[in-house]
Write a protein that binds this ligand. Sequence first.
Ligand code: GDP
Ligand code: MG
Length: 188
Amino acid sequence: MCPERVANEKGGAVLALSKKVCLLGDFAVGKTSLVRRFVYGLFEDKYLSTIGVKVSRKVVAVPRGDATIELTIMLWDLADSKEFDSIRVSYLRGTAGAVAVCDLTRPSTIEGLYKYSRDLRAINPGAHLILAANKTDLTDQKMVTGAQIEAAALDIKAPFYLTSARTGENVDQVFRHLAWQLVTNAAA
Ligand SMILES: Nc1nc2c(ncn2[C@@H]2O[C@H](COP(=O)(O)OP(=O)(O)O)[C@@H](O)[C@H]2O)c(=O)[nH]1
Ligand SMILES: [Mg+2]
């Protein structure tokens, strides 16, 4: 028996897991664009109006010890944040993680983060949350400082990334960070 082969076989172990992840954030911050970028590698300038709730699926491989976890991320994206109040319980129920999104060109979208994280944790205290401060490519329209984002992230107890659905900057990192947390948590 060749030990390398044993290691390889062990390393080849694949476990499958599926988790619900919700996108949270005010109107037009870029929720749908981030999902689209992550799942399809695409960006469109026009407003991608979502009707009701759209669920997209992406499988990511997350290494864990010698094994690989094939994590199916079910991404829930809600159309209109005004609707959120009436359906938030059903939208958030069973969610294992969430990406809260704000728009670096609109400071008011930071305030919303507090409400979304409160709602998430009220329904799902153990859910993982990541903050995506989006539209970092719009450098000349930026109205929010890095320090403000850092403070908000600390308040809502979420790691944060400065993202751009347009250029793709840090988009994979957001979802992969969350995937890693979901897998780590699931096996605990
Ligand atoms: N420049 C730039 N525009 C973005 C970015 N993300 C989204 N947008 C634009 O912002 C608008 C709202 O995006 P959308 O994803 O529909 O927002 P949602 O309402 O949160 O789902 C659209 O016109 C997008 O093209 C980004 O990272 N950079
Ligand atoms: Mg949308």
